[in-house]
Design a protein around this ligand. Structure first.
Ligand SMILES: NC(=O)c1ccc[n+]([C@@H]2O[C@H](COP(=O)([O-])OP(=O)(O)OC[C@H]3O[C@@H](n4cnc5c(N)ncnc54)[C@H](OP(=O)(O)O)[C@@H]3O)[C@@H](O)[C@H]2O)c1
Length: 239
């Protein structure tokens, strides 16, 4: 039976992906303790596990515990993340470190744990959530953006390291996604919804394709242009 594990198991995007992959599968939702424990219809089994991504020293044990209970993870989706408070981070290094730790360090740590096991088995799919925010970092959200830039670079190198191993690593690069993380913000051009992001990711998991998955696809061209926009203009870009 296919084992799908979502790290950040209450994430809107993560749950939509889980719902699309659930039919006949074991779905593991790994989430911070204390919150809601959503059901995933169609799954043969849904397992909820407590998981705080910030506790990087516990990542090996967390994956061990999951695999001891349900078997090898076939598809791992890493959707935990924080937007953080940019204004606070511009004054408080603690907020900078908190954002970088969750959105870059913890992601890199867990990707390493999962990739190492999947490489040894010669099979598996990893989905890392980058963002267009990391493609050319903007003044308006440079802390979150730089964490995503770091993660994107890490995942890109890891994907090349995994080439030929049987492990498929997908780097999802959504633009603005209308949902909980962006509540109260006005949607940027080429916004999407968690449903649309999940559709694109699941299509790519099933059908194969490039490592980088822009959602929607038009953002690839937009960010090729963004790379050459003069800094004097770029620094005025809104969030
Ligand atoms: N929304 C966007 O516009 C957008 C755009 C591009 C990329 N992305 C990326 O896509 C991914 C999914 O985002 P989303 O839109 O689904 O956001 P979301 O609904 O806010 O989900 C993020 C999840 O991360 C979890 N989380 C935060 N810190 C954690 C930690 N230390 N340990 C475990 N879980 C933790 C949260 O858990 P709790 O439920 O416990 O709070 C939350 O459920 C994120 O990596 C995000 O950066 C989002």
């Amino acid at each position: 039976m296919t084992v799908v594990a979502v790290f950040g198991g209450r994430s809107e995007i993560g749950l939509e992906i889980a719902r699309r992959l659930a039919q006949g599968a074991t779905v593991v939702l790994a989430s911070r303790p204390g919150g809601e424990r959503p059901d995933v219809s169609g799954a043969q089994r849904v397992m909820h596990v407590d998981f705080d991504a910030d506790e990087v020293a516990a990542h090996v044990n967390a994956v061990d515990a999951i695999e001891a209970e349900v078997g090898a993870i076939d598809i791992a989706v890493l959707t935990f993340g924080v937007l953080g408070d940019q204004a606070l981070a511009e004054r408080d290094p603690g907020e900078v470190v908190r954002i970088l730790h969750t959105d870059f360090v913890a992601q890199a740590s867990l990707l390493t744990v999962l990739a190492d096991r999947m490489r040894a088995r010669g099979a598996g799919t990893l989905v890392a959530f980058s963002s267009v925010a990391g493609q050319r970092v903007r003044r308006a959200n440079y802390v979150y953006g730089s964490a995503k830039a770091g993660l994107d670079g890490f995942a890109s190198g890891l994907a090349d390291a995994l080439h030929g191993s049987g492990v498929d690593l997908i780097i999802a690069r959504p633009g603005f996604v209308i949902g909980r993380m962006t509540a109260g913000m006005s949607p940027a051009p080429f916004s999407s919804t968690p449903d649309q992001v999940a559709d694109a990711v699941v299509k790519r998991i099933r059908g194969g394709g490039a490592v980088e998955l822009w959602i929607p696809w038009q953002l690839r061209a937009m960010f090729a242009v963004a790379a050459v926009v003069p800094r004097a203009l770029w620094r005025r870009m809104p969030r």
